[in-house]
Write a protein of this length. Structure first.
Length: 77
């Protein structure tokens, strides 16, 4: 079962398909997520999707990051 997360993006950053691709790449690079599905990035700037926990970085290895929330990801309610 995947960890459900909500990623909130600046509306301007997700305005066009090209910009959504760039945002997806940034998420992949910054958080070590190997795959960001096309359905994860939405035009309204609010994103929800299933991401397998093993695709997330081991946050315990980054001492400045104590939680998924601090890494810029919000747990789904």
């Amino acid at each position: 079962m995947g960890l459900k997360v909500i990623i909130t993006l600046n509306r301007e950053l997700a305005a066009s398909p090209e910009e959504r691709i760039l945002v997806g790449r940034r998420i992949q690079e910054e958080f070590g997520i190997r795959h960001v599905s096309p359905g994860v990035l939405a035009t309204l700037g609010v994103v929800s999707g299933e991401i397998d926990p093993e695709c997330l970085p081991d946050l315990r290895r980054r001492p400045e990051v104590k939680s998924v929330e601090q890494a810029g990801l919000k747990r789904a309610q």
